[in-house]
Design a protein around this ligand. Structure first.
Ligand code: FES
Length: 172
C-alpha cells in the first residue's frame, strides 16, 4: 500500500516511497506542475503549496513524514463526537507542534502546542475534541512540527516520540 493523502480535495494514493519529496510526487505522479522546481533546498519558495492550510516548501516535505495517528472509520452519515489525545516528545527543547482533529477535509479542532522540559527531554500532550456531521472520511489526528523548516516530524528519529488515541461515537 502506498502513501495516502488528500490532494486538491481528492483522496489519492502515491506509489512513491514515503521518503519521496512532495514536490516530485505532485509534479511527476499527479501532473500538477504549478509548483515549480527551483533550488530544491527550501530557499526560493518556487515549490510552495498549501499543506493543511499552511504554506510549505514542497521540496522539503517527504510524503510519509507527516504523523497521522489512528483513524476511526465511522462512515459518512450521522453526527459524530470525536475526542483524542496526542503526545509528543523530543530530546531537543521547545519545539512547536500543530495538531488537527479532522476527517481529511474539515478540521474539527486544532491547536499549536510547545513541548516543555521534563527530566530526560521535552514533552507535550494535548486533547482535541469536537462534533462533525456527515464526515467525508475517517476521523483522525494529524500532527506536524512547526519548528522544523519542512514542518515534518522525523518518523524514525530516536529523538522524537509521538502517540495518539482517538475515539468517535455517533450522537445523532
Ligand atoms: S524548490 Fe526552492 S524552496 Fe523548494
Amino acid at each position: 500500500m502506498g502513501v495516502q493523502f488528500k490532494l486538491n480535495g481528492k483522496m489519492v494514493e502515491s506509489a512513491a516511497s514515503p521518503a519521496s519529496r512532495l514536490l516530485d510526487v505532485v509534479r511527476n505522479e499527479f501532473g500538477l506542475t504549478g509548483a515549480k522546481c527551483g533550488c530544491k533546498e527550501g530557499e526560493c519558495g518556487a515549490c510552495s503549496v498549501l499543506l493543511d492550510g499552511l504554506l510549505v516548501n514542497s521540496c522539503m516535505v517527504a510524503i510519509g513524514t507527516l504523523y497521522t495517528g489512528p483513524s476511526v472509520a465511522q462512515g459518512t452519515a450521522g453526527t459524530w463526537f470525536a475526542s483524542g489525545q496526542v503526545t509528543v516528545g523530543s530530546s531537543g527543547g521547545g519545539d512547536n507542534f500543530d495538531a488537527i482533529l479532522w476527517d481529511g477535509t474539515t478540521v474539527i479542532d486544532s491547536c499549536r502546542f510547545t513541548t516543555t522540559s521534563v527530566s530526560g527531554g521535552y514533552v507535550a500532550a494535548v486533547t482535541l475534541s469536537g462534533v462533525l456531521a456527515n464526515p467525508a472520511g475517517n476521523i483522525r489526528i494529524s500532527v506536524r512540527c512547526g519548528s522544523r523548516t519542512d514542518n515534518t516530524i522525523n518518523y524514525n528519529a530516536s529523538s522524537y516520540t509521538k502517540d495518539s488515541t482517538l475515539t468517535a461515537i455517533r450522537i445523532a
